[in-house]
Write a protein that binds this ligand. Sequence first.
Ligand SMILES: *Cc1c(COP(=O)(O)O)cnc(C)c1O
Length: 440
Amino acid sequence: MSDTRRHVPRTDAVLAHPQIAHAMCVLGRATVKATIASVQEQARAGRIAPDEVVSVVLASLPERATTLRPVVNATGVLVHTNLGRAPLSRAARDAIDVATGATDVEFDLGTGARARRGRGALAALAEAVPDAEAVHVVNNNAAALLLAATALARDADILLSRGEFVEIGDGFRIPELLAASGTRIREVGTTNRTSLDDYRAALDERTAFILKVHPSNFVVRGFTASVGVAELATLGVPVVVDIGSGLLRPHPLLPNEPDAASVLRAGATLVTASGDKLLGGPQCGLILGSAEVVERLRRHPVARALRVDKLTLAALEATLRGPAPPVAVALDTDESELRARAERLAKELASAGVEVQVVRCRSAIGGGGAPDVELPSWGVGVPAAWARELRTSSPPVVGRVRHGRCVLDLRTVAPDDDARLLAAVKAVHHRCGREPTWRS
Ligand SMILES: *Cc1c(COP(=O)(O)O)cnc(C)c1O
């Protein structure tokens, strides 16, 4: 054995170092031991000195016990599915923190007896949509649809317009999801036109309900016709409406997005929606509507397999009761404010010797919502070749590459994150800005 090899510190000696012992409390023994083993290997191979082992281990340890990392979303897509959809509000994050330990999610502290699970979140949702007689929350909108089909339409028919056979993403299709519950989908009308008479002709004693799915991620233009909820409600069978994005009330910038209150007022029996799209909350599925029907869903055995955890309930309640969540803020921010931020960033970068362009751009709603809406926005443009460097910096910054340029759209960047974005751009410029190959 060479001298170097003999001097490589043993695992228990490294573990005894106070900072490494602390890291073990945060990251767990297995992670820390695996890192130590790989660093010892480097020392044995002579790539580092034996007395560097502890410092290299400390530098190599991951920051957290999760491999997920916080990312700055500069894509201009407000609800970016690949980036986890809606970022939560400060209030929702705090609520999650409270709920992480033992909490009274299903317990009445006054009486010491069991209480309705998630009653605070359910009350907040009911208050936010007074038109709903009752509400329930499940894992996501897909779960809400599955529960409605299972509880109301097993061995029966659901009528669905051919224009509303929607694929929601990653190969998942709503009709196939519903069929998995043992229901039969009856196609009504055509891709571009469906009339009230088409629904009427398809109705029979096997019909459990009419489903209306908001075509949230595409637009059909031209010779088109569809039937509104108010008209469908005259046919005498329940009408279930999947509104998609989770708007609870109409939004002036999104005239074609249905909202829960209006759809219920128009006569829908049940409305389903996602919690983590335009509502700006945690992943969950909202179910709102008739007290009798919501209760049937809630009591169905499958409901238990779709129920949400305490963290979701906490975050949902805080989203509904707390200040506007980031998605709502991003949607409502005036472009002049974004322009001012872009100019300020460009000026600060210029004074650090980094030339970027202030660019006008267009943000999208995303998450399969409001496909026809673009919001005027502002950002900074950097060479396209920086995109990868920015994504792999710490924190990662994800922009959008277009026309040979990487645009960092500020509409989706929280103002609090401007400093992090600035630091990331400076660091990337420092690493590769001066190399001619990086110039676009
Ligand atoms: C997004 C969406 C869904 C799926 O919702 P999840 O919450 O992701 O399950 C279903 N229907 C419509 C219309 C949607 O827009």
